[in-house]
Design a protein around this ligand. Structure first.
Ligand code: FNR
Length: 371
């Protein structure tokens, strides 16, 4: 169907399933084991309801915000997803260009198909980008990657902490990874490629399962970029991240691709906000320690719920992959236009004229169990 008939982010997924190469679809859509967490990610938003306010003169509404000190036209960013070229020859550049056009931030993955410099070179002057880091067993390699990223102007380093070993994504494992295909080979440096178990496993053998809390001090000594832990799943670890001097955490289960039966980020957000308030007197959103959520975000209402509950911003992954795999760069542009339109309407209907007015009282999250 023509792009004009696409009405929401779910539509891209349905089309991508039909038009994408089987192998690419398997890698992008797959999740761990029985994919229960993957389904729960979006479903968890269904348990939160709105308490809108009326009669507030909502002629003008503004959903722009600041993320880690950087301006963003929406309280969301494009999260890191590996192997961008599986879906389209321009890979991650489709995301870079659409992010520039819409004034939002792209998180560049360690395992991008395009090289890091290629992506940075494709950015507009002044375009803000974050970087997602998989920590290499060889810390010299990691140090080089981190310091190069900082030199090129990356504004936030998101260290992935939920993947000491890659989850079993069986849909992907049933496909044979072909290292001869240049679209699948990451320039970020993979070694010991095992071709027998899908793309994910083939590219992940360099990731250090020995990574631990004491490594974070080292990261602080090699870079001045804000450090954020991506993949925190309970308040205890969020508290430790705060005490360790991290700039924030992403409450995420890696799009359901790691531990199946991990809870959704939006659910974890509630216990993190409550416990960090109780134990450290923090209120959210908080400049010094920012909370992010990703997983299953498909509507502006999902984003607004996370913001109401204390998140600074949310990450969106698969919908943009499906958008460019089906329609190229215009697909991502359309996805972001849809989200913008949804923000405008839903902020009016909610009675929130700006991000500060999206307050906890505007949601009923009593169906979320508190730990
Ligand atoms: C991911 N994700 C991910 N995360 C990360 O830290 N490093 C990575 O290399 C990848 N790669 C990756 C590939 C693909 C195909 C997907 C779908 C996801 C996880 C990603 O950053 C994010 O946590 C989820 O994608 C969010 O869920 P949704 O929006 O895809 O539902």
């Amino acid at each position: 169907p023509p792009l004009s008939e696409i009405l929401n982010l779910h539509d891209f997924e349905a089309i991508a399933k039909d038009v994408m190469h089987e192998k690419a679809w398997a890698y992008y859509s797959s999740a761990a084991d029985d994919e229960i967490t993957n389904r729960e990610n979006h479903a968890a938003f269904h348990r939160i309801w709105f308490r809108p306010r009326i009669l507030r003169n909502v002629i003008k509404v503004d959903w722009s915000t600041t993320i880690l000190g950087q301006k963003s036209k929406m309280p969301l960013y494009i999260t890191a997803t590996a192997l961008g070229k599986l879906g389209h020859p321009d890979g991650e550049l489709n995301l870079t260009r659409a992010a520039a056009k819409h004034g939002i931030i792209q998180m560049i993955p360690t395992l991008a198909s395009c090289s890091f410099d290629e992506i940075m070179d494709a950015a507009e002057p002044g375009q803000v980008q974050f970087f997602q880091l998989y920590v290499n067993k060889d810390r010299e390699i990691t140090k080089r990657i981190v310091q190069h990223a900082e030199k090129r102007g990356i504004k936030g380093l998101f260290i992935t902490v939920d993947a000491p070993q890659l989850g079993r994504r069986e849909k992907d494992m049933r496909q044979k990874f072909d290292a001869e295909d240049p679209s699948e080979v990451s320039k970020a440096g993979s070694d010991g490629v095992d071709r027998s178990q899908g793309a994910a496993r083939a590219i992940s053998s360099f990731i250090d399962p020995g990574l631990n809390w004491s490594d974070l001090k080292w990261f602080k000594s090699i870079t001045k970029m804000p450090l954020i832990l991506k993949g925190v799943q309970c308040w205890e670890d969020a508290l430790e991240a705060y005490d360790t001097g991290m700039a924030g955490v992403v409450l995420s289960n890696h799009g359901g691709r790691q531990l199946d039966f991990a809870r959704s980020g939006i659910e974890v957000l509630v216990e993190v906000v409550t416990n960090l308030k109780e134990k450290r007197g923090l209120s959210f959103p908080n400049e010094r320690f920012q909370l992010f959520v990703d997983g299953g975000v498909r509507r502006a209402t999902d984003v607004i719920k996370a913001v109401a509950l204390g998140a600074t911003a949310v990450g969106v992954g698969r919908p943009f992959l499906y958008a460019y795999s089906s329609y190229g760069p215009e697909g991502v542009d359309k996805a972001l236009t849809i989200l913008n339109d949804e923000f405008e309407m839903n902020m009016r209907l909610l009675g929130a004229r700006n991000i500060e007015e999206i307050v906890p009282e505007m949601v009923d999250a009593s169906n979320i169990h508190l730990h």
